[in-house]
Design a protein around this ligand. Structure first.
Ligand code: 13P
Length: 257
């Protein structure tokens, strides 16, 4: 069977809890008719809305994701959320190292590495975000940044046959801009990332358990320019996932094998 195509909605801090639950409800009703078998649809609301969204998507094929996790299991860490707490709420996926967290929370590659490990230890699939800023791109450092971010994030990370890892290439400078990169640039980034994976994982694990996806101004009109099985296996969607009709058009536009 071919790998799943991931469509992941990152709702950031854009919705109230009620808006998130209502949106999840609308998606659930429509996606029962729309969702193709090979698509894994994942909704990532903010922490406060996780319970309400979990309730809304109960008994559907839609999966729940969180936007962050803390890197310890338990303890005196005021304001943080543990992996097992996420698991208890029905979370299966966690976005890690999003550029907004790297920028505003000063999240480091070392913390990101620990978060990936703690996710895997708790049966949560990490969605690791990497990507260059505009300044880094301007001075020709895109590949170098990807190499640094991936190498540090995956240090001593082990995957077994039952664990998956999703790596999202998100060029920071196109996020929320309405202007995605050229698909060939995303394919190049995917090749750079893929080229690093044998340092960490076996051929079998890379083939079966790791997916590379693209994020950054994806919408219904361009999503299929990016998705290319085995190269880019899905999309991480911000703005275009915030309204049911728009997001459903995107989901409908995704063809699977
Ligand atoms: P936009 O789709 O709004 O560009 O956001 C992308 C993103 O940051 C998803 O994580």
């Amino acid at each position: 069977m071919s790998k799943k195509t991931y469509i992941i909605a990152n709702w950031k801090m854009q919705l109230t809890n009620k808006e998130a639950a209502d949106l999840a409800n609308s998606l659930k009703h429509e996606s029962i008719k729309t969702l193709k078998q090979n698509i894994e649809l994942i909704l990532c609301p903010s922490f406060a809305a996780l319970s309400a969204v979990a309730e809304a998507i109960k008994k559907s094929e839609i999966k729940l994701g969180a936007q962050n996790v803390f890197y310890h299991e338990k303890g005196a860490y005021t304001g943080e959320t543990s992996p097992s707490q996420l698991k208890e709420l029905g979370v299966d996926y966690v976005i890690i190292g999003h550029s907004e967290r790297r920028q505003y929370q000063k999240e480091t590659n070392e913390e990101i590495n620990q978060k990936i490990k703690v996710c895997l230890a708790n049966d949560l699939t990490p969605i690791l975000c990497v990507g260059e800023t505009f300044e880094e791109r301007q001075i020709g450092k895109t590949d170098l940044i990807l190499i640094q971010q991936i190498t540090k994030a995956l240090q001593d990370v082990k995957l077994n046959n039952n664990q998956n890892l999703i790596i999202a290439y998100e060029p920071v400078w196109v996020i929320g801009s309405g202007q995605a990169v050229e698909p060939k640039e995303a394919q190049h980034a995917s090749a750079v990332i893929r080229g690093l994976l044998p340092e960490f994982f076996s051929h079998e694990i890379i083939k079966n358990n790791i997916s590379i996806i693209y994020g950054g101004s994806v919408d219904e009109s361009n999503v299929m320019d990016f998705i290319k099985p085995g190269v880019i296996d899905g999309a991480l969607v911000g703005g275009a996932s915030l309204k049911a009709e728009k997001f459903l058009s995107l989901i409908r536009a995704v063809e699977t094998e």
